[in-house]
Ligand binder design. Structure first.
Ligand code: FAD
Length: 399
């Protein structure tokens, strides 16, 4: 169920495993996706898919005002390529691997687990049966049950692709996080922090996006828009032409789904968004092959497994104990970050990017094995200034 990046990734792998797939989604699988997806180039290179990048930057930078004072301007160079997917190329390459599979244009409204099969009822009145149903209908799925741990923090962003009176970032530059707060008043600086995510698309076109990493309740788009205009105005930059507006909102710390429910999920519905960074597409591409392989083996060699037994086995592969532990650590880290005020947060990130590159990039991509992740977090604690250390232990509400 679904036709977003998660559905296409898992369907492509299942088809390659020889599984008979019946796909259904509310829209055609080749309809352009509404979001732009970014990723560190090395993550794609390790999958042999770097040709799917539509843009690639080597000049990758962040600004944390040195983590000290409000006016520091020293940039932090990441020396690590970042890219944006060529959406059309990614979609086409995944669909090509689906081998001409036709999607049923349907919206699922109810799902019943019958025993050996599961039945999906659609708003059209049609219904479909399968040995296993995989819900890849995104983070708003109503079919997947998960514990209620209270309000969920959302990443919110308001962005503009357009032309500007002067360059909002340097020519050829990608800015991961510009946290410089020198345009904010004393009152604004006490509000939940936001940063600029920005890049040069070439031909005098830039993308600038005011982003709130995670906040509950989420920061409204109107507030982010005002902040973006104020930030640009402070640097003497005006928006001259809006070619595209992006309004982004998605959950960062959605609790992990119940892993013994009779329905399997993949992607946003399976809480696969990285809770500390908001990235997911790299994880989809990495984790889909293993899941598909295990499901194919179970379906071929264990014909007696019921629908819910198959789903449970799928959950065990998708969320191994190691990945669950890593997810918990990331969620803990995010809770701490959300409690930090603006200056502590800048100090934190200024320190984080002082870690060796393979440490911070592995942390952000979720590719570090658990023991290494723990060591990296301890290392981060060790090199952090006292104010950040205290925040890491007690949360940012102290001192
Ligand atoms: C604006 C934005 C920017 C993002 N940027 C990045 C980024 O740069 N890098 C990154 O890695 N991640 C990013 N993310 C996070 C994450 O990767 C995306 O949210 C991603 O789109 C989630 O993929 P998905 O396939 O799980 O769900 P979706 O993309 O939401 O797709 C869900 C699919 O299910 C279908 N569907 C929904 N309900 C039903 C139903 N009842 N019946 C049938 N079909 C249904 C929909 O039509 C759709 O096809 C971003 C998210 C947003 C919102």
């Amino acid at each position: 169920m679904g036709a977003g990046p998660a559905a296409l990734c898992i369907v492509a792998e299942l088809v390659e495993q020889g599984i008979l797939v019946n796909a259904l989604a509310s829209h055609a699988p080749d309809k352009p996706w509404p979001n732009t997806y970014g990723i560190w180039a090395e993550e794609l290179e390790s999958l042999g898919m770097a040709s799917l990048l539509g843009h690639r930057w080597s000049n990758t930078t962040s600004y944390f005002g040195n983590g000290i004072g409000r006016r520091g301007v020293e940039p932090v160079q990441h020396y690590f390529d970042y890219g944006l997917f060529d959406q059309e190329a990614l979609q086409k390459s995944l669909l090509h691997r689906c081998d001409g599979l036709k999607w049923n244009l349907e919206t699922a409204s109810e799902i019943k687990v019958l025993g050996a099969e599961t039945e999906v009822f659609c708003t059209s009145g049609n219904s479909y049966r399968a040995r296993l149903v995989i819900d890849a209908s995104g983070h708003k799925s109503k079919f997947i049950s998960r514990p209620n741990h209270g309000p969920v923090a959302q990443q919110a962003a308001y962005g503009v692709v357009g032309r500007f009176s002067s360059s909002p970032v340097e020519k050829g530059q990608f800015v991961l996080m510009d946290f410089r707060p020198d345009h904010l008043t004393e009152l604004e600086i006490t509000e939940p922090p936001t940063f600029l995510y920005a890049m040069d698309f070439g031909n005098d076109v830039y993308f600038v996006e005011e982003t709130s990493l995670a906040c509950s309740p989420p920061i409204p788009w109107e507030t982010l828009k005002k902040r973006l205009h104020k930030r640009l105005g402070h640097r003497g930059v005006e928006i001259q032409e809006v070619m595209h507006e992006e309004k982004c909102l998605f959950p960062m710390n959605l609790p992990l789904p119940d892993r013994n429910q009779p329905l399997l999920a993949f992607g946003g519905s399976a809480s696969m968004v990285h809770p500390a960074s908001g990235y997911m597409v790299g994880a989809l591409l990495r984790r889909a092959p293993t899941l598909a392989k295990h499901l194919a083996m179970d379906m071929s060699f264990k014909p007696d497994l019921t629908s819910s037994e198959l789903a449970t086995r799928g959950w065990q592969v998708l969320w191994t104990p190691e990945l669950v532990q890593r997810h918990r650590l990331y969620q803990f880290g995010l809770r701490r970050l959300m409690s930090f005020d603006e200056s502590r947060l800048r100090k934190f990130f200024a320190t984080f990017f002082r870690l060796p590159r393979e440490d911070w990039s592995g942390f952000l991509a979720n590719t570090l094995p658990l023991p290494r992740l723990i060591i990296v977090m301890l290392k981060l604690f060790y090199i952090s200034p006292w104010k950040v250390r205290i925040g890491m232990i007690f949360g940012g509400k102290i001192f």
